[in-house]
Design a protein around this ligand. Structure first.
Ligand code: HEM
Length: 229
């Protein structure tokens, strides 16, 4: 969901820096023909499939846990996909900017469904138990904090909000997605308690994507200074 008012228009942005390699250019222009609604339609397939399997009693011995976990994992996948848009443009010249809002909103809707599954199916809307969980279990506290961070981003993921806030303030607000993604990865690491590979891989991918941005931020002003000199 983060950065740039280029999202005001759904038009493709030319890649920064070196000219896009031919393949990336061709792929970018082929992707211009893909309607954004298709990304939402395809993106919601896992949610629909898991709910349908749940209704048909095909999710194994503990269907609620499977549903809860799958929705959480898809939320993380869409968060990562959104965070990949900028590095793909910077490194390969492949512009997926048109789809970034859809990827961010899909992440938000998956987290919301994940949260609703927890509140309704897992906790049976027992607010005292839910509050006790938020206070006592660090992975729930961090998950909840990450969800709260995503709410203003989802609410302002529209052209009217970019115009109202101004590009700079909007971009600043949307850097919260970095914190939410780091929180999501940490939440997953804390859920599993042991050290299986999957949460570590997600955490490593998110750490790399955030480190890339940090490095660009540090390196860019230095590069600009060198160019001026
Ligand atoms: C950015 C926000 C969040 C992300 C990205 C996220 C992601 C995940 C992931 C990837 C898992 C593990 C899936 C697996 O084991 O394969 C998980 C599990 C879980 N999450 Fe979240 N989550 C978020 C927020 C929340 C919130 C707000 C709650 C509830 C308050 C929550 C409650 C849970 C629970 C109860 C589990 C399962 C624990 C168990 O297996 O017993 N999560 N989440």
């Amino acid at each position: 969901m983060a950065d740039t008012a280029k999202r005001l228009s759904n038009a493709p942005a030319p890649p920064r820096g070196a000219a896009a390699p031919g393949t990336a250019k061709r792929l970018t222009s082929a992707l211009q023909r893909v309607p954004v609604w298709l990304v939402y339609a395809v993106g919601f397939i896992p949610a629909v499939a898991y709910f349908a399997l749940g209704v048909m009693d095909e999710l194994g011995a503990d269907p609620m846990k499977v549903l809860e976990r799958e929705l959480g994992e898809w939320a993380l996948i869409f968060l990562i996909a959104g965070l990949c848009v900028t590095p793909l443009r910077q490194l390969l010249g492949l512009s997926l900017l048109r789809f970034r809002r859809a990827l961010g909103l899909l992440a938000f809707w998956y987290v919301t469904l994940h949260l609703v599954t927890y509140l309704v199916l897992d906790q049976g809307l027992d607010w005292a138990a839910i509050w006790a969980d938020i206070v006592k279990r660090p992975y729930i506290t961090i998950g909840m904090a990450s969800f709260v961070l995503l709410v203003p981003l989802a609410l302002t993921s529209n052209n009217a909000s970019i115009r109202r806030l101004g590009a700079q303030a909007w971009n600043r607000l949307h850097t919260l997605v970095y914190l939410a993604a780091a929180g999501g990865a940490l939440h997953y690491l804390l859920v599993v308690k042991s050290w299986p590979l999957e949460p570590l891989i997600y955490a490593a991918i998110i750490a790399t994507l955030l480190a890339w941005r940090g490095w660009r931020r540090i390196a860019k002003p230095a590069g600009a200074r060198a160019a001026r000199a």
